[in-house]
Write a protein that binds this ligand. Structure first.
Ligand SMILES: C[S@@+](CC[C@H](N)C(=O)[O-])C[C@H]1O[C@@H](n2cnc3c(N)ncnc32)[C@H](O)[C@@H]1O
Length: 269
């Protein structure tokens, strides 16, 4: 949205269905701009977990994928899935936004590394029970829904017993600080415990963007309630050679505060 089309900005409760629906309409409207801004950093056939630049090639958070069937939810333009496909992994990329998947289709064609793209809300996946060995998302879906528990339950349903679900999200601690990559962003100015979403409305008062906060404990409870076991939580440090500024993420804050949490979980099966 531009300054002319934004009606209001702030932290406030909105009806859950409006907040969740904005997860599709905002990404449809902003796919182009988002990928023009961040596409180079993300790459086209690259698996990046977070603005810290942690790559799956180095982190191996998904483990050995030989012979495994893999699902990506909230895949955006499916760069991560494409990186896996280029290594011979059977993978399906899903996202709720047709705009983001359209950019994914363009990258499928331009890179010569096509991956199947399926439009789906991560809370209602169009797949059979126990049909994947591994599922993951890099910052997809979870921050944009009021009911992340629904995503965890749905992923648990489509995973085979013992299958793994790995997801990266904004580090919960960040909520207490201004979304500013400079030193101004180092002073807490709001409550970590305030769960009201960050909401932008359009000039007609409709919810155009909503981002939801969960404390660390909230994430743990939602994952465990879905019948998943937590194996690890990775908090990537900011590498000295990464000068990228991405919204409130950047080297200045990265030197002091975590920006990302990556949960490695497993279906108890
Ligand atoms: C920050 S992008 C992450 C995608 C990709 N990893 C990237 O870094 O560009 C967030 C993605 O979540 C998707 N998303 C939002 N709400 C969703 C939902 N309920 N179900 C599935 N995807 C959703 C958006 O369409 C968007 O493509």
């Amino acid at each position: 949205m531009t300054d002319e089309t934004i009606g209001s900005v702030g932290y406030r409760d909105v009806p859950a269905e409006q907040g969740g629906a904005a997860g599709r309409t905002w990404w449809d409207a902003n796919a182009e701009e988002y990928l023009d801004e961040h596409g180079d950093f993300l790459g086209a056939v690259e698996f990046c977990w977070c603005p810290e630049g942690l790559r799956e090639a180095d982190a191996h958070l998904l483990g050995d994928l030989d012979g495994r069937r893999v699902l990506e939810v909230g895949a955006g333009a499916a760069q991560c899935s494409r990186w896996l496909a280029a290594r011979g992994v059977e993978v399906v990329a899903t996202d709720v936004s047709g705009g983001m998947l359209g950019r994914g289709a363009a990258l499928n064609a331009s890179t010569g590394v096509p991956v199947p793209l399926v439009q789906a809300d991560a809370r209602r996946l169009p797949f059979a029970d126990a049909s994947f060995d591994v599922a993951f998302t890099s910052f997809g879906a979870i921050p944009f829904v009021p009911d992340a528990g629904a995503i965890h339950r749905e992923v648990a349903r489509v995973l085979r017993p013992g299958g793994s679900w790995v997801f990266s999200v904004t580090h919960p601690l960040r909520w207490a600080f201004p979304d500013d990559p400079s030193t101004h962003g180092l002073t807490a100015n709001r409550s970590y415990f305030d769960r009201r979403p960050y909401v932008e409305t359009d000039t007609a008062g409709r919810v155009a963007y909503a981002e939801y906060h969960r404390t660390f404990g909230d994430h743990v409870r939602e994952v465990v309630a879905a019948g998943l076991l937590i194996e690890d939580v990775v908090e990537p440090e900011w590498p000295a050679d990464n000068q990228e500024v991405w919204g409130g993420w950047g080297p200045v804050r990265g030197a002091y505060l975590p920006g990302t949490a990556i949960f490695r979980t497993r279906s108890a099966g």
